[in-house]
Design a protein around this ligand. Sequence first.
Ligand SMILES: Cc1ncc(COP(=O)(O)O)c(C=O)c1O
Length: 373
Amino acid sequence: MPDPPFDAFRYANARRNEVAWLCQNTNHLVPPEVVQGALAECVERRRYESYPIAAGDPELLDLVRSDFGLPDQQPVVTSGGTEALYMLTRALLAAGDEVVASDPSYLIIHKFVELSGARTKNLDIYRAPYRLSSDRVQEAIGPKTKMLLLIDPLNPLGSGYPREEVRAIAELAHDHHLTLLNDVTYRDFSEGHALAAEFAPEETVTVWSVSKNCGLAGLRLGGLLALPDLAKRIARFNTNDLGVNVLAQAAAIAALRTKSAWIGAVVRQTRANGARIRDVVHGVEGVSLPVYPSRANMMAIDLGATGVTPEALQEHLLRDHGVFVRAGNYLSPAHGHKFVRISFSNAPADIERFAEAFPKAMAALRPPAPLAH
Ligand SMILES: Cc1ncc(COP(=O)(O)O)c(C=O)c1O
């Protein structure tokens, strides 16, 4: 029997404490005391024995509202932003509809679009400025278009949108009566970030998460914001009728209450790590960074000119060096064979492991140069 294919997540999870986790844009820089007390108190009081308030803890809802500064928009709390994305695509799209999106992108959203019977029209953005522009979006809008997908900053490239571009895309949504899905999972990493809801409050559904900014990915909490009527239409598709995890809500409350005190340091360390990765990457022939600096906590490393495949690099770095980066194929049908994605809200020691391992791995995997005649 042939060997089963290498399962990177299974391999890495079995070695959880030995692996530098640079593969899922998770954040390992939030001081642990920010949430540990709140979680311990929940356990101590056996809060897990009872159901939460179905609509979400009122303090959490208030904190989300004030974090976004959008008092008219109603927060819906879900098990991670992922569930919010599923609900809103189900609620707002039907067979035959089109969504203007990009490639690369966070393709799980595209999968949800397809589950609703709709399809995405993916604009190729793997060239400067590595993001959508209002001109290209306008050109792509047709009679079947129902939604625009604006992920800002963008996973996987780390590109972000200037305020004027957000405004222009929001105006397109307004003028064409389209839903604007503004996924802002990484917004706390992006200086001067602008919310589309500011410009098109009626058309925008803002999807948020505490997985990345607050370092709570394992607790699975996020949600959406929309004007009350739209929020109600979407919430009909809520499968968590009895509310989301009480521990997750307590941790999110503790994190959001204090975020202004620690997020600056998290972002500064993330930027410094990004700069260290850039220096390492620039030292290796043929490798480049499409987007630098990233406005998020991840970026793509392009290997296209080296002959090294992202899958081979992912496996080699993980098995031989305990460094987990992610091959791009799950993020881009057209370009995923050229890049790996690395995330870097991590302790500097993790970044140093990458710095040590990356040049060695590339040297080990690079095909030999053809002999000169
Ligand atoms: C753009 C984007 N949206 C949503 C999510 C989902 O986040 P959550 O952990 O809140 O489900 C991710 C996770 O990586 C993401 O990159």
